[in-house]
Structures are given as structure tokens and as C-alpha cells.
Design a protein around this ligand. Structure first.
Ligand SMILES: Nc1nc2c(ncn2[C@@H]2O[C@H](COP(=O)(O)OP(=O)(O)OP(=O)(O)O)[C@@H](O)[C@H]2O)c(=O)[nH]1
Ligand SMILES: [Mg+2]
Length: 555
């Protein structure tokens, strides 16, 4: 049986390969997770840096502005890099009095040690080394696929980096006609970033788009030192991996994340063994290549095993859902952008205790609870994993299994954080994923959440009234929830079928179920039984077929 703790971070050394099979690979940097300690840090940093704080650079001209330095790094003599704005910071430390050199050096060493220790932060019950990260984005001219502007996308990347436990110390972007096939960005930009990251002591450079194995390798080589390069996909996988390592995660989530990680790693394995050839001074040429083949075979086998395990878990879940469907309560799924408030809404309506927090991807597993309305009606409400723009294809494919719940629902409730400045773009991004999942034919209801947080709640409400199928709520304080439930009932009617049936008196249980899950228009006692006209869920209509025929033969 697999164990969540076996899967480490993908930003650090490739986890599965390293920890399970190939222990001899030495990663360029130490593992981010401190394994020998469980001590809780009281200074858990959750703040997200603003564009100005990130030193976000408008970059048509490919010139780097001063990246912001959170904690000025101690700079060794003669080590200053000629980076504008950073050089002046560095010059402070070189003007030290040489006579007190040795004690200053000792103090500096101690400060460095303290700084290092202070950068261990607790994430999901594990101590994680808070690496310094530098973000890089590219805006391709004429690209109509991206709903977010480049600055907005990088801000979101900063939020993802913060969620993953990284400390963002700077960022930049470049507008290009098309990405450079070798290094994604232009060569001038590569040298600028190199200067900046070495001055800032950056450990990880994160690109906002998925990079190829070759691009990752070339960039790591170009940046030199121990700097690690990764992309948005690896970052999201890292967050999912950290979530899957918690006690709440289901076996299915653990398998799905591991599978997505392995599939991401497989084409990117090439760079892992190049150090062998370097160590051997090129004498054993081809040695690295052979090892890569071995690794790839191991990984492919592992992917095969995981797929089989997942299929078993999937079948179990399907059986469980079928059992649930035998009770004909309609299923409503909450979908939406990550952090929109889906879990908060489920908790408010059902008293569930699903984790809801101001972090991206708080939910990995779908949770279903029964919602009982005041009028006796009920429906099942399912919370699902949140979406994001540029959602990695490996994750969409992997999570298709969890998202099966969505495709089997009678209604999708699209939860939107209307207080978010990019709510429109987030709606488009969610619609794109829903279309990829092929569920656009299921009836939908849009819910504008967090109205309490918006700058002008009254204006938001007036805007919602002008539109069809939009309900304003505040999941946090419960505003608008009765209206929400009524709207769900009305919408469910669209997915129900109209029946007229004559129920014999010994079928009293069926009659009460019709009242519970359907919309009854007429109920009349006759000598043969109860004559009923109602909207009922399709599955339930099938159960009523014999009684519908009875009704048709009524004089
Ligand atoms: N002010 C305000 N905050 C809200 C409201 N609804 C949710 N939140 C907050 O928004 C944050 C995210 O809420 P979640 O319920 O975890 O969001 P989610 O859509 O489940 O997020 P993922 O699981 O990441 O997809 C939490 O801090 C909630 O307290 C609301 O109506 N008003
Ligand atoms: Mg959630």
C-alpha cells in the first residue's frame, strides 16, 4: 500500500524516483522538507506580496527594475553583482571597518545560520524550508487563449508560490512574438535574471507557463549554481502533493496526485543524470543516458501500477454513488475557481466540517452532504476541487476521475468570488475547464459569493438582478442562502421529467418520496389510489413507470 509521506516535493528532487527507487541521485539543493523535526514554527507566513512588493517589471524593453529584497542578504566582499538598485544595498556591507573584520565575520556567520533556521516553516504538519523564489512570465503577442493579463497571472503565481511555502523575492516578465524554443525567454532576459537571482540569493526560479524538459535544462545551466528552475505545473503539483500528505486526503487523491506527478516527470527525467557524466569527466559517456532509460522504465511501471490501483478505487466510488443514486435525491455539484467559497457554502448549508481557508486548492476530495430545506425538500450537495487558469493538462486528465461526480449531477452551481477584481476572467477560466470536461450540457446556476466583501454590495445585487440565473449570497454570514436553495429547486425542475401517475394506497413510501424530491403540482385521492401530477428526477420517473401506465388506463 502506498503512503502519502512517500511523495515529496516536485520542486525539490524528483520525489518518487529519489525516495523510492534511486536513492543514489544527489539533488542540486537539499530537500525542502525537514524530516527529523516536527517542531511548530510560530511565525507561519501566509502573506501574499503585492505587484509593487514583488518588483513586478513592465518589460517591453527587457530592462530589469529593482527587485524588492525582503530581508537584505549579507553580501561577501567582492561578490557584488552589477545589478541596478541591488548594488547600492550591497555596498553597505563592504564599508565595514576592516579592524573589526573577524568579529563581524563571526556575527555574519551567526546571522546567516539564524536566517537559515528561521526559514523553516510549518506547512500541512511538515516543516518546509522556505526557499527564495523568483517569478518569470511571458506574454505572447496575439495570444487569445489567456484570459488573464501577464501581471495578473504573475500575481496569481505569487499566491501559488506562497501557498506552496516559498518566499517570493522578485519577478519579471517579457513580451515576445513567440517563446524561445531553447530557453523560453530571450537571451538578454536570461542574463538579467541571472544577475538578479544571484544578488538576491534565489534558490528557485518559477516560470508562469509549462516548460519543456530541454528548456528547463538549458535555463538551469544558464543560471548556474544550485538554482533550480520549475514551472507553474510543478508548483501546482507541489501544492496538491502537500495537500495529499495530510490526514484528510483520500487514497484516491493520493494516487491521483502521484500519477499526475509521475506523468509530468517522465518526459523531464533527462536532466537528472547529467551530473554522473560531469563527475566522471566524460570518461563514461552514455552512462547517464542508460540510467535515464532505467529510470523511465521504473517510472512507466509505477504509472501502470498506479493506474490499476486507481481503477479499483474508482470502481468502489462508482458502486458507492450507485447505491446513493438508488435513493432518488437530486445531486447538485459546486464548481468554481479555487478560493471562491465552495467549501464554505457546503459547510453553511449542511453543517459539514470541510476545510475552508484563504489558500489556493484547500479542497482535493469531493465531499457530498444532504441539504434539507425548510419545506421538506432535499438535495445532495457535492463540493469539488477548485479550478485555476492554465490548469495543467496532466491534472485535468488525472482529476477527471474525481470530477466524474460532476458529470453525474443534475445541476452545476458555479460559485464565483464576486469581490475578486478578476472575477470575470475566473468565470471564463472555469467555463473553459467545464467544456474540457464535457459537462456544459448540464443545467447551471451561477452564484455570486462574497457579496459582503465587495466594495459596493448594493451595486453587485442590482447587477445580478439584471441577469438570468444569478443569485447573490455570502456563504460566510449566510446571506441569501434561502434564495439560493429556492433557485436550486427551480433549476432542478429543468432537469426533471413531468409525470402523471396513479399510486395504489400500499405505495405510501413512494408518495412521500415524490413529495420530498419532486415538485408536486396536484395530488388527489381516488378510489384506486392517489393520482399525482409532478416533476420528478429522471431516475425516479423510471421507478414510477408501471404506475404511469396505470394512470393512462384510468377511465
Ligand atoms: N468575506 C467572505 N469570505 C468568504 C465567503 N465565502 C468564503 N469566504 C472565505 O474565502 C476563503 C476560501 O473559502 P473556501 O470555502 O475554502 O473556498 P473554496 O472554493 O472551497 O476553495 P478551494 O477548495 O481552494 O477550491 C476562506 O477564507 C473563506 O472564509 C464570503 O461569503 N464572504
Ligand atoms: Mg474548498
Amino acid at each position: 500500500m502506498m503512503n502519502a509521506s512517500l511523495y515529496g516535493s516536485i520542486i525539490r528532487p524528483s520525489p518518487v524516483i529519489h525516495e523510492l527507487y534511486v536513492p543514489c541521485i544527489t539533488p542540486p539543493n537539499p530537500n525542502r522538507f525537514r524530516k527529523d523535526s516536527k517542531c511548530v514554527s510560530s511565525r507561519l507566513s501566509t502573506s501574499v506580496l503585492l505587484p509593487q512588493q514583488l518588483g513586478l517589471v513592465s518589460s517591453d524593453d527587457v530592462s530589469l527594475q529593482n527587485p524588492v529584497i525582503d530581508t537584505p542578504e549579507p553580501v561577501q566582499e567582492g561578490e557584488e553583482e552589477a545589478v541596478p538598485g541591488i548594488a547600492s544595498e550591497a555596498s553597505h556591507s563592504t564599508s565595514e571597518d576592516k579592524a573589526s573584520g573577524s568579529s563581524t565575520k563571526l556575527k555574519k556567520k551567526k546571522d546567516e545560520q539564524d536566517n537559515y533556521e528561521n526559514r523553516f516553516k510549518l506547512r500541512n504538519g511538515r516543516e518546509v524550508f522556505e526557499e527564495k523564489a523568483y517569478l518569470v512570465g511571458v506574454e505572447c503577442k496575439g495570444d487569445t487563449q489567456n484570459y488573464f493579463g501577464i501581471e495578473e497571472s504573475i500575481n496569481e503565481l505569487a499566491q501559488l508560490a506562497d501557498t506552496a511555502g516559498l518566499m517570493v523575492v522578485g519577478s519579471t516578465y517579457q513580451k515576445l512574438a513567440s517563446p524561445n524554443p531553447r530557453t523560453y525567454i530571450g537571451s538578454g532576459k536570461v542574463s538579467e535574471i541571472k544577475s538578479a537571482i544571484h544578488a538576491l540569493g534565489v534558490e528557485t526560479v518559477i516560470f508562469d507557463d509549462e516548460l519543456s524538459a530541454g528548456q528547463l535544462r538549458n535555463l538551469e545551466k544558464a543560471f548556474g549554481g544550485d538554482v533550480r528552475v520549475c514551472d507553474r505545473t510543478a508548483l501546482i503539483l507541489d501544492i496538491f502533493n502537500q495537500r495529499a500528505a495530510t490526514h484528510e486526503a483520500s487514497l484516491q487523491a493520493i494516487f491521483l496526485v502521484a500519477l499526475a506527478q509521475m506523468e509530468y516527470q517522465l518526459p523531464r527525467l533527462t536532466k537528472m543524470w547529467t551530473h554522473l557524466e560531469r563527475q566522471a569527466g566524460g570518461k563514461v559517456k552514455g552512462m547517464g543516458e542508460k540510467q535515464i532509460e532505467v529510470d523511465k522504465r521504473i517510472l512507466r511501471n509505477q504509472i501502470g501500477i498506479l493506474r490499476k490501483e486507481l481503477e479499483t478505487v474508482r470502481k468502489h466510488r462508482k458502486q458507492y454513488r450507485n447505491r446513493r443514486f438508488s435513493v432518488p435525491v437530486p445531486v447538485v455539484s459546486l464548481v468554481g475557481y479555487t478560493n471562491a467559497g465552495k467549501s464554505t457554502l457546503l459547510n453553511q448549508l449542511t453543517g459539514a466540517n470541510v476545510l475552508a481557508e484563504d489558500k489556493l486548492f484547500a479542497t482535493l476530495d469531493p465531499t457530498t452532504r444532504r441539504v434539507q430545506m425548510k419545506n421538506g425538500k432535499e438535495f445532495l450537495l457535492t463540493d469539488t476541487v477548485g479550478f485555476i487558469q492554465k490548469l495543467p493538462t496532466t491534472l485535468v486528465a488525472a482529476f477527471r476521475a474525481t470530477l466524474e461526480e460532476i458529470s453525474e449531477s443534475s445541476l452545476l452551481v458555479h460559485v464565483v468570488d464576486i469581490s475578486h477584481p478578476l472575477s470575470e476572467q475566473q468565470i471564463d477560466a472555469v467555463d473553459k475547464v467545464l467544456s474540457e470536461l464535457d459537462v456544459l450540457s448540464i443545467p447551471r446556476l451561477m452564484v455570486w459569493n462574497k457579496v459582503d466583501k465587495s466594495s459596493d454590495p448594493q451595486k453587485v445585487r442590482l447587477e445580478a438582478e439584471k441577469r438570468d440565473d444569478v443569485i447573490c449570497i455570502s456563504a460566510l454570514n449566510g446571506d441569501g442562502l434561502p434564495e439560493f436553495c429556492n433557485a436550486v429547486q427551480e433549476k432542478l425542475k429543468d432537469s426533471m421529467v413531468w409525470v402523471e401517475a396513479l399510486l395504489p394506497f400500499d405505495k405510501g413510501d413512494l408518495l412521500s418520496t415524490i413529495h420530498q424530491v419532486g415538485m408536486v403540482e396536484k395530488s388527489e385521492y381516488t378510489e384506486q389510489g392517489t393520482f399525482i401530477r409532478a416533476h420528478v428526477p429522471l431516475r425516479f420517473a423510471r421507478l414510477l413507470t408501471p404506475m404511469r401506465q396505470l394512470c393512462a388506463s384510468r377511465p
